[in-house]
Ligand binder design. Structure first.
Ligand code: ZN
Length: 483
């Protein structure tokens, strides 16, 4: 039986392991894995008669495909929490997820992990991609987040409860949490996702609950991670033995040392905050939400610089799936943000987006590196991401995506389309008061609009008033769904 070969010649090879790029190197792929790489590699190494393809990569960079450890395929580019939970049927949500998976792959992301989503759509999508029925990145998936009352995903009043379509499931005692983990494992998840407080304002799980859930998950042979934005829950999660931590926006020195000493990787997931804070205005994001995100981002920058100095391993994650983080558009921007907010070099940022993230997709040492023996998930980039990391954000610069040693062919016409979003049922964006109809001045004047909606605009000025921030943002989200 002959093998199929792919030869990439004369490239600058960035290995994803943090080593200096190798110039004028060639890379040989045998079937699905990398056979050899270096300046010594040539066409002569391919046995005569075996089929092979050759790509001239002169002036190009060859690097591992990106790995995004925080990608929510079931969110469908939602504009509100209600759209995420309520306004789409599971059937349609599944089709949307499959449609959007090809966009993620096209952008150069060859592996993702979905840390939470509605139903078991992520598990199904993972299987469909694995069997090549759906075009998309290789994938691991959690089920619904496990949360507590007042924690992330418990958005609605108790009179409503947590709807069936929610991305989360709420339990307030350990027994049903344990029960849920067993069911999720039975249903094929790769990892358990816990959700602590939304904005890091309090620790919602007890230390004992975290420990018991981590222990059971590990006993069942799965991984566990947690949405933890505040110092106390990050520290508790590290002590409980979570496999990696999501966010870590606010961390005191003690928490940073605990994280560094344990070797637990951190996936900061800066993109959602940065897109909302810096560009939210372009898409009608409420001003107080934008300001709140900006303040959280600034605190995150402080925490991450200390974490980096202490030697914490950082990983690429984007929270793609919201309307401000659409699929296949901004994944590589996280690398730029890791440079800005954590002080990484471009080579370190690439490492965060490749080899450091292999653990989250269950393929440590097998993907995320250009090294003989590794799975050949590769990118040919027209440009030098080490000199300018932003080149990876340009669709046309991602010239070729190679998955398991094969050049992926995309339906570019389909990729240019977007699935229409399903908005909430809104009657107006502001109240129809007497003044709006008969009153002074122009009713569309932005200042009037702001005044009319003032009750929902009271965000605290100081980030330490986080509980108020949460309720204010939740209030804003309720009114924001009409945007
Ligand atoms: Zn997320």
């Amino acid at each position: 039986m002959s093998s199929t070969w792919l030869l990439l010649t004369n490239a600058t090879v960035v290995d994803g392991a943090g080593n200096a790029p190798v110039l004028n190197a060639s890379l040989l792929v045998k079937d699905s894995r990398i056979a050899d790489v270096g300046t010594h590699v040539s066409r002569d190494m391919i046995p005569t008669g075996d089929p092979f393809e050759e790509i001239d990569a002169t002036g190009k960079t060859v690097m591992p495909g990106l790995i995004d450890a925080h990608c929510h395929m079931t969110y469908g580019e939602s504009r509100s929490e209600e759209e995420i939970d309520l306004y789409t049927s599971p059937e349609l949500r599944t089709l949307k997820a499959a449609f959007n998976a090809q966009k993620v792959l096209r952008s150069g992301v060859t592996s993702i992990s979905q840390p939470g989503g509605s139903y078991y759509i992520g598990v199904g999508l993972r299987e469909a991609i694995k069997d090549r029925m759906v075009q998309g990145p290789r994938m691991t998936s959690a089920g619904r987040y496990i949360s507590t009352s007042n924690g992330l995903t418990d958005w609605y009043p108790d009179s409503v409860g947590v709807p069936e379509g929610s991305i989360g499931i709420v339990h307030n005692t350990l027994d049903p949490m344990i029960d849920e983990i067993r069911h999720q494992v039975k249903n094929g998840v790769d990892l358990i996702k816990l959700a602590d407080s939304p904005f890091g304002d309090f620790q919602s799980f007890t230390d004992d609950e975290m420990k018991a859930m981590a222990d059971l998950t590990h006993q069942l042979g799965k991984k566990i991670t947690i949405h933890a934005r505040g110092s106390s829950e990050v520290r508790a999660a590290v002590n409980a033995g979570m496999d990696w931590i999501m966010h870590g926006n606010i961390m005191d020195d003690e928490t940073v040392s605990a994280l560094a000493d344990s070797g637990t990787p951190l996936v900061p997931t800066l993109l959602l905050l940065a897109n909302e804070a810096e560009w939210g205005e372009l898409v009608g994001a409420p001003v107080d939400l934008r300001d709140g995100m900006k303040r959280l981002l600034d605190r995150t920058g402080d925490a991450l610089h200390r974490a980096r100095a202490a030697g914490v391993k950082l990983v690429l994650g984007t929270d793609s799936g919201f309307s401000v983080t659409p699929y296949g558009v901004w994944h590589a921007r996280e690398l730029e943000l890791l440079m800005t907010y954590a002080g990484l070099t471009s080579l370190e940022a690439i490492q965060a987006g490749t080899s450091n993230a292999a653990l989250m997709v269950g393929l440590e040492g097998e993907v995320g590196e250009v090294r003989p023996g590794c799975i050949a998930d590769l990118l040919v980039v027209d440009g030098d991401p080490v000199a300018d990391i932003t080149v990876l954000q340009r669709r046309e610069a991602i010239e070729t995506v190679i998955q398991s040693g094969k050049v992926v062919v995309f339906d570019e016409e389909m990729l240019a389309r977007s699935w229409p979003h399903e908005r909430g049922l809104g009657y107006s964006t502001i109240d129809l008061t007497y003044e709006v109809v008969h009153g002074l001045g122009d009713p569309t004047d932005p200042q009037r609009v702001a005044d009319a909606d003032e009750s929902a605009h009271d965000l605290p000025d100081h980030p330490d008033e986080a509980p108020d921030l949460v309720s204010a943002i939740t209030r804003r989200e309720r009114s924001a769904r009409e945007f």
